[in-house]
Structures are given as C-alpha cells and as structure tokens.
Ligand binder design. Sequence first.
Ligand code: B12
Ligand code: SF4
Ligand code: SF4
Length: 312
Amino acid sequence: MVKKSLLNNSDVLNIAAKLGFTIVGFAPAQELTKETDYLHEWLASGYQAGMSYMENNFELRKDVTKILPSAKSIISLGLNYYTPENYSGDNNKGKVSRYAWGKDYHLIIWKKLDEMIGRLTEIDSSFEAKRYVDTGPVMDTAWAARAGLGWQGKHTILINRNYGSWFFIANIICNTGFNYSKIETDHCGSCTACIDACPTGAIVKEYVVDANKCISYLTIENKSEIPDEYTGKFDSWIFGCDVCQDVCPWNNKFSKVTYLEEFMNAGNKEFTLDEIKNMSGGDFKRRFKESPILRAKLKGLLRNVKFILGED
Ligand code: B12
Ligand code: SF4
Ligand code: SF4
C-alpha cells in the first residue's frame, strides 16, 4: 500500500507565507521537454556566451528525477524584492541593477528554504527534498511557469499578474504529491516595449535573449573586455541592467513594495565612479562581502566603470 503523505498544499502555503514567499505554486515533476528543446536551440546558437556551465547537466535540467529519484513535485516560490527607491540621476554615478542593491539573495533564500524544508520534515518525517535558487542544474523559470507563478515575458523574465517581475525564483524538488497549480497564460499580447527599449538589442527575438549582447552578462559574468560596439549604449549601468523590466507595463502597474527587511535600506544602489576607481582589493572585499557584486570581482567592476567613462 502506498503511504499517504501527511503534508498538503496548505502546510506549504502557510510556512512559505511566514518566510515571505508571497508567490507559490506546485507542479508535477514531469520532464521539461519543450523547454529543453528551446534550451538546446539557445545553446546551439551560442547564446550562453562564456557561461559554459549552461552546457552541462542537460539531462538533469530536463528530468529532475535524475537529481532526486523520488521526485513527485516541484514547489516553486517567488520572493518579491521591489522597493520604491530610485536612482539619483547623477551622471557621475554608476547604477547597480535592483536585484543587487542589498544582501546576496542566494544567502537569504537558501536559509529560508532550509527552514522551510526543516518545518515540512517536522510534519512528515518521510519528506525528501532538494532546494535550488539560481545555481545548480535546474531551470528555475521554466518550473515557476509550470507551477503557475507567472508567464515568461518576451524578455524571458517571469511576470506574475499581481506582482510584476521583481521577484526571485526558488524551487524545491520533493517526493510529495500536491494539488497542482493552473499554468498562467501569456499576457504580453502585442506589446514589444522590452524589445524596443533594450539598449543593445539583446532580445534577439521574442522570448530569446542572446547573453553575448546583454548588459547583465557583459557587466557580471563576462571575464573579457566589453566589445567596442557597445560604447555609449550602457547608460550608466555598472552591474546588471534593468531596462527591460523598467519599461514593462506589468511592473509599472503591479509592483508591490516588499515587506522583507532584507531588501530594505539597501546600500548598494549606485556608486560614484571615483569611489570604485579608488577602491583597493581589501576595500572591495569588505564592502561587498555578502553582496552579489562580489561576483564581478574588483577587476570586473573597474572594467565596467572604465567602459562607461570611455577610458579603456
Ligand atoms: C543564465 C542566466 C542569465 C543569463 C542569460 C539570460 C537568459 N534569458 O537565459 C544572463 C546573465 C544574461 C542573465 C541576466 C539576468 N537574469 Co538571470 N539567470 C540565468 C539562469 C542561471 C539560467 C537561465 C536559463 O536557463 N537560460 C536558458 C534559456 C534557454 O532560457 P530562457 O531564456 O528562460 O528561455 C526560455 C523561454 O524564453 C522559452 N522560449 C525560448 N524560445 C521561445 C520561443 C517562443 C515562441 C516561446 C513562446 C518561448 C520560448 O523557452 C526557454 C526555456 O524555458 C537563471 C537561474 C536558473 N537556474 O534558471 C537566472 C534567472 C533567469 N535570472 C534572473 C534575473 C533576476 C536576471 C536579471 C534580471 C538580472 C539583472 N537585473 O541584471 C537579468 C535579466 C536579463 C534577461 N532579460 O534575461 C532571475 C529571474 C527571476 C524572474 N522573475 O524571472 C533567475 C530565474 C534567477 C532566480 N533564481 O531568481 N541571467
Ligand atoms: S537586461 Fe538590459 S541588456 Fe539585457 S535584455 Fe534586458 S534590457 Fe537588454
Ligand atoms: S514589456 Fe511588454 S512584451 Fe516585454 S515582457 Fe513586458 S508585457 Fe511582455
């Protein structure tokens, strides 16, 4: 006889809400066939640029039972990071994209996911789970879409009809069956605002981003020089880029202020360019110890500052 799980949707929803995950959905752990076909095409086009890790573990991305053999469901969670602050508009300052204004979201979310798994295991000791946010061989956005959190906009970021797109996605692969969520329909319609506004033409066609051209890639993941063809196109982005989300009507209408303290009073919104240029390695490590900006390393951040100043 199959043992019935002691857990149900409400247990998850209650715990998730206490931890600040205001967007939650459930998907059956079936193979991601259509999504991995698109991934295959994307890789074949070289759109992963220097992120060779995207080429690895294709089978795990497609089939989560290769990660957790007992997998039955994916619990998908969205953590809203929107705050009403904005940039000063000072031309001597370099802008950091909104997701990186505060503490590194991986650190915040891993802790919350561990707490959640701990509490679910207290209810049902047979609960088995693996949790992911961003890193690891899991297609975060594809699972969030399957779990009804929203639809992938033409800029490829997931949009929720009540929150817009300023939220992180986390996924828990687990061995419990749930009542599954309804998949959200695409509400982009005839809008092309993100494609029209992208400063570097990185949204090469609807629903496809070429990382080689994306300011987010070029300022964060890229280890080389920034190609000359982008001179004058970066505005003053020195870490990431939010243009495609800033122009999206769903964000303009539906963004809600997060009530998570972790994202309030975020100190890393913008920097005077001289401040970066004068930073020592030690200053950089101290200042960005728990920030996503650490990923660019001082070398990368300096390259970005010099690029927007036209100094390289
Ligand atoms: C690699 C990566 C990047 C790369 C490549 C981006 C990309 N679109 O692939 C770079 C460095 C450029 C990047 C930038 C950013 N990223 Co990023 N990134 C990732 C990562 C690690 C993998 C994404 C991936 O699988 N790409 C592969 C391609 C094939 O997938 P895709 O673009 O989603 O394409 C899908 C659809 O568009 C669709 N599709 C393809 N073709 C077609 C055609 C049609 C007709 C249709 C209908 C659909 C369709 O199928 C594809 C597969 O499902 C995820 C975390 C994770 N582990 O999943 C975070 C993630 C997507 N990033 C995130 C964020 C926040 C960002 C930035 C906003 C950060 C910033 N402000 O600078 C930017 C946004 C840039 C953008 N417009 O995408 C968040 C998004 C949260 C959300 N609400 O959706 C994620 C989910 C991290 C997280 N866990 O929160 N990122
Ligand atoms: S993040 Fe910036 S560069 Fe990348 S697709 Fe969006 S608007 Fe274009
Ligand atoms: S700007 Fe328009 S096309 Fe782009 S994601 Fe938002 S609604 Fe969709």
